[in-house]
Design a protein. Structure first.
Length: 367
């Protein structure tokens, strides 16, 4: 969700750099997500030399520096890209390290519940970044960077409360003990996020093409989409303890319902209802993957594994989604419009749901 802090200012940023195309401006924002991948990879390596507290505080320092730097120094496109690199690297250090604390401090059903709550807060954070970043952009586009100063109170909280120790006595993690099933969860997240991102990527275009409501309604639809994730995160445990990994198939079915309902509607009310339904899917998939993985891995490998599950896999899919969905929609229909994209996304969701259901059933039978 990190890029959403600047997403609301994209039109003003394009106006500030008139010599560059909108694609260059969009890339300058999504570089944040690109650098999250590299930050997460380096966090898994740096953990051999530094404590989790050090990595978390370093990540928050990068995010804060990017916020201050972007606000005060932004007169060149290179600086615009530079601060995205700094902010993305900070989130890459921060997110998987924080996620790995689930293994250190929680057990059993409590860990399961915390995994769901974490996803709720991720969605809530995305909403706040979008809303506050958009408000700040009305003052000046560079004021949007100030939203990242939310890292400062987090820095204080972690500095005061998290023990400063090398959790595993400096022992080199034995990555050979990581089960192959971790790769399955990584692929699951890639497939899910590939489809999930079709909604925020195309809802504005869809509302415009269908002439449904005002242009600003796209922001409202995206907010409701994330509210669905917030809601289900708090009830996640009840479903996880009953159906477990079948939640992956259920999540894809929810997206299928969302996308195919959008294909045939011209009602703004229906758009908001199915946005909520589809948005719940992320709080079925992400916490279930994190909880399932946490039960299978040696604790000393937690940062490396959560880097894959919580940062690398979802961000790879976030980058790939517009290209893959757009290409498939153009191959299937000449128009390649938003309805065609939602059709492709819904079809993929149904295919992934069937594959997940079969895989989990066969695996349970073998066990």
């Amino acid at each position: 969700m990190a890029y959403m802090g600047l997403a609301g200012a994209i039109a003003k940023i394009a106006g500030f750099f008139p010599g560059f195309s909108i694609e260059v401006i969009q890339s300058g924002i999504t570089v944040i997500n690109f650098m999250i991948i590299f930050g997460a990879i380096s966090a898994g390596w740096l953990f051999l030399k530094a404590s989790k507290k050090t990595l978390i505080l370093a990540g928050l320092t990068f995010i804060t520096a990017g916020g201050f730097g972007g606000y005060f120094f932004h007169d060149h496109i290179i600086l615009f890209y530079l601060w995205s690199i700094v902010i993305g690297t900070g989130f890459g250090y921060f997110m998987p390290t924080v996620s790995s604390l689930l293994v250190d401090y929680f057990e059993g059903s409590e860990r399961n519940r915390m995994a769901g709550i974490q996803t709720s807060f991720v969605n809530g954070g995305g909403m706040l970044l979008t809303f506050i970043g958009g408000l700040l952009a009305t003052i000046a586009w560079n004021a949007s960077y100030l939203v990242f100063l939310a890292a400062i109170p987090l820095f204080i909280i972690f500095a005061v409360n998290l023990p400063d120790r090398n959790e595993y006595d400096g022992k080199r993690p034995d990555f050979s003990k990581i089960p192959r099933s971790v790769a399955y969860y990584g692929v699951t997240i890639v497939c899910f996020m590939l489809v999930y991102n079709a909604f925020p990527s195309n809802i504005a275009l869809f509302l415009s093409e269908k002439n449904i409501g005002q242009a600003s309604m796209a922001g409202g639809a995206n907010a409701v989409f994330m509210v669905g994730g917030v809601f289900f995160g708090f009830v996640f445990t009840k479903f996880s303890l009953r159906i477990g990994n079948y939640l992956f198939a259920t999540a894809h079915v929810m997206l299928f319902i969302c996308f195919f309902a959008l294909r045939s509607t011209e009602s703004l009310a229906v758009v908001f209802v199915v946005a909520f339904i589809g948005g719940m899917s992320i709080s079925m998939t992400m916490p279930q993957a994190m909880f399932s993985v946490s039960k299978k891995i040696p604790p000393e490998t937690s940062i490396a594994v959560f880097s894959l599950i919580a940062s690398i896999s979802p961000n790879i899919a976030t980058f790939a989604s517009p290209t893959v969905i757009g290409l498939l929609s153009r191959l299937s229909q000449d128009a390649g419009d938003s309805v065609a994209r939602f059709t492709i996304a819904g079809t993929l969701a149904l295919i992934f749901a069937a594959a997940q259901f079969i895989f989990v059933t066969v695996r349970k039978y073998k066990e």
